[in-house]
Design a protein around this ligand. Structure first.
Ligand code: CA2
Length: 164
């Protein structure tokens, strides 16, 4: 192949899904906005998801949100994200932060970069909340900013996907 041909070879196009973001919510986050607003804020999960999906749409990047109270369902959704070619994950593992080696293993196995979000500042609460299974393998963490933490994590994801 000549140098000219190599230079003019078309750039491989990323599949459309690599321009998509998955937002995962762990157990009990379906209760957001209905209980414990002093800890987790007033926004409901539906409101947060609608906001994130709308922001993605405005940026031309599809955002899918998924909540489950079941560890296996969250693991399945992470594996599905790989098959779909999802480019970035935003995850609040909630109480699975402290117990789910399975979710952490799934996230490392699929090699999709992710940000860990916590609504509350887990370092300002009971000491056992401070260490999570996810922090060491995440791109970064957003803590203590309430539901705005999801928006900020999504902004990072959108910028990163657009730069690819
Ligand atoms: O601050 C966070 O986002 C947490 O991930 C929330 C978890 C907690 O176990 C983590 O330490 C920090 C708890 C989620 C429970 O969500 C509820 C929402 C509304 C009402 C009751 C629980």
């Amino acid at each position: 192949m000549s140098a000219k041909m190599r230079l003019s070879a078309p750039k491989m196009k990323k599949s459309p899904k690599t321009k998509s973001v998955l937002v995962l919510h762990g157990p009990n986050l379906n209760l957001l906005g209905t209980r414990e607003p002093h800890l987790y804020g007033k926004d409901t999960l539906a409101e947060i998801n609608r906001r994130l999906e709308a922001r993605g749409k405005a940026a031309g990047i599809s955002v899918a949100c998924f909540q489950s109270n079941h560890e296996g369902d969250l693991v399945d959704r992470i594996q599905q994200a790989k098959r779909e070619g999802v480019g970035f994950i935003v995850v609040n593992p909630a109480s699975y932060s402290y117990s789910s080696v399975a979710m952490r293993d799934a996230l490392t196995a699929v090699r999709i970069p992710f940000i860990e979000v916590h609504l509350s500042n887990i370092h300002a609460r009971e000491p056992w909340r401070a260490h999570t299974h996810f922090t060491a393998v995440a791109v970064g963490s957003v803590l203590g900013l309430g539901s705005q933490g999801y928006d900020l994590a999504l902004e990072y994801a959108l910028r990163r996907l657009k730069a690819r």
